[in-house]
Every structure is written in structure tokens, then in C-alpha cells.
Design a protein around this ligand. Sequence first.
Ligand SMILES: Nc1ncnc2c1ncn2[C@@H]1O[C@H](COP(=O)(O)OP(=O)(O)OP(=O)(O)O)[C@@H](O)[C@H]1O
Length: 361
Amino acid sequence: MSSEPMLSIDDVSVAFTDGGGLFDIFSDSETVRAVNDVSLTLGEQETLTLIGESGCGKSTLGKTAIGAQQPTSGTVRYRGQDIWKARNDAGSASIPFDEIRSALQIIHQDPGSALNPNQRLRTSLMIPLKQWYPDLSREERVERIHTLFEQVGMSPPDDYLNRYPHQLSGGETQRAVLVRALLLNPDVILADEAISALDVSLRVEMMDLMLELQELFQTSYLFISHDLSNARYIAEKSGGRIAVMYLGEIVEIGSVDEIMENPQHPYTKALQWATANLYDDGGDATFPLRKIDVPDPTDLPSGCHFHPRCPEAREVCQRQHPERIYIDDEETNYARCFRADEQHEYWNSPEITSGSSVDSS
Ligand SMILES: Nc1ncnc2c1ncn2[C@@H]1O[C@H](COP(=O)(O)OP(=O)(O)OP(=O)(O)O)[C@@H](O)[C@H]1O
């Protein structure tokens, strides 16, 4: 069992269909393909950072990875156990669904939402411990909470535990929410834009704290951010990988060096351009996209979904959808771009000139 990755996501898609009501037969229901055919693994104590523009499917993929969203197709496994089989057919599961759910925790985009505004922190934190560890005595629960508060630098704990959420600063709220996730000793924490609401000065502090605690608790992180500089910081410091999402797909996944120094996908290059302040030279002056607007996820472009915006798009990109082209022997890192394959017909395909059939509206 230990040779299995912590999480394996295989060919997962998630679609949301509007409607379903009585009168929907008279209206066009629209399907949003939020996640399209994604495969990835998350190892023990690994940090994987998902980046991409707003609406590209990061949260949906994250929730699917921790069993909070059922995929429309494909499988999500925790230590080899299919999460949804464990839920729907408990008898056949080697790991019970409840155990899986407590092993996979989330820190929400809005940290405050994880804490009941009408309860003191003490109560908010005791409740999940009581639910998941009914055998612990009250003293043991209190001790566990106190130890964690010390570990996240909220000391003395009683000063904080008597407070209501509105009596905490942004950074303290985020630490309290981290404590709440860690109380259950999870194997994976999904941190969904967990630091975005913090002041820039506090972001690095919070990322450092999360990585320190990762060693202590041997936790894996799925870290979601729209900000490439945060992604780079956490990936570099943890030795983790970065996955770049575009319109529901992972278009490139690799080590921080592969993504930052030698990106294969033109979209990864565009994200780097947008984060030009990362570079000493201030980045390239040429805007790296043919169009600014992201296509409608209910009406995805033909061929490569990025082709209407891609400065490198050729005729073949309008009609063929790129498969994953692996860039390592273990077949964990890949790019979905013909340019990553030196032998592909892309290289002999005519360039798209303005006025061609590509939508340039
Ligand atoms: N429950 C839902 N029902 C219908 N559509 C949804 C639902 N959840 C997400 N979507 C749609 O799926 C797409 C992906 O959304 P998602 O929140 O996963 O993206 P994101 O990259 O996390 O964006 P953001 O950074 O803005 O949160 C969007 O078009 C969104 O409107």
C-alpha cells in the first residue's frame, strides 16, 4: 500500500450543467466543463501548486482531489483506494470513507468561513476533534489544541482560544484555520488561495509556517494560487512541482526549474510574462497572447483550447487536440503542446496568419 501515491487522479473530468428543472426541456442547458481529462499524482509530503487564471478550474480540481466534489468521469484514489467507491460501496473499501475525508483537509479561500462567527475559537476547534476522535478525553483535546497554537506562534493559547473570530487579525485567522486543519492530523491539505487575502508581507510568513509544519506533520499540500510568484516561492522552498491550468486542463506540469526556466507551453510563458516583476530584466516587452479574453468554458474552442490566444498556434492546432507529451522518464511531468514533440507535424503545419479562420474577434 505504501508504494501508492497519496493521491492519484486519473483522467478526471468535472462538468456542471445548469438547470435540470421542470422547464429545462424548453431551454438550452449549458454545460461548463470545469475540469477536463486531468491526471496527476501527489506523493507523500509533496507540495504541488496549481496555478491559472480565475475560472480555469483550480478550485473544482482541488475539491475533486480531496473527495469534496464527485468527478463526472475518471477516478480519484487515496493511497490506492477509489474515494467514491469507498463512499458508495463501503463494504468493498480497504479504507473507510470517513477516514479518507478526515485525512484530506481544506483551508478555504475565505479563511473566516471555516470558523463559526458566534463561537469562541475554543468551541470551534473542540467540535471537530470530538467528532473525529471521540476517544480522546477533554484534557487530551485541550492539550492538542494548545500544542498546535504554540506551534503556529499563537501563544499563550488561552489568550486566543477565548476570542471570537472577529477579534483576530487576518494573519491570526489564517493560523487558526491552519490549526483547525492540522488538528485532524491530515495527510493532505488543500490550501485554496489560502494566503491571497493576506497582506503581501504576511504571505511569505504564512507560506514559511506551512512548510515548517509540513515537516512536523508530514503533510502533503495541494496549494492553489493565481499568483505565479507565490507558486514559485512555495515550489522552490519545498522542492515541489507546479501545475499550470487552462480552461479545465493541466497544460503543463513540472518541477519549478522546468516551469520557470524552460517552459514548454506558450501559456506558461504568458503567465511568466504577466509576472514579469519576477525577472531582473523586467521581462519581454512583447505581449505574448493573440487575444486577452478567455474563451467561454461552455463553448470550448476546437483543437487545442488555447489556440485562439496562442502566439505560436499553427493550422494543426485548430483541429487537433494535444495529448499529454511527457517530459520525464517516470511520466509524471508533461506538456499539452505539440511544440514539446520535435517530431510532431506541427513543425510542418502552416502558421496562422491574421485573417485566417482563427477567431480574432
Ligand atoms: N457548482 C458549480 N456550478 C456551476 N458552475 C460551476 C460550479 N463551480 C464552478 N463552476 C464553474 O466552473 C468553472 C471553474 O470554476 P473554479 O471555481 O473551479 O475555477 P478557479 O480557477 O478556482 O477560479 P477562481 O480562482 O476564480 O476561484 C467556472 O466557469 C465556474 O463558473
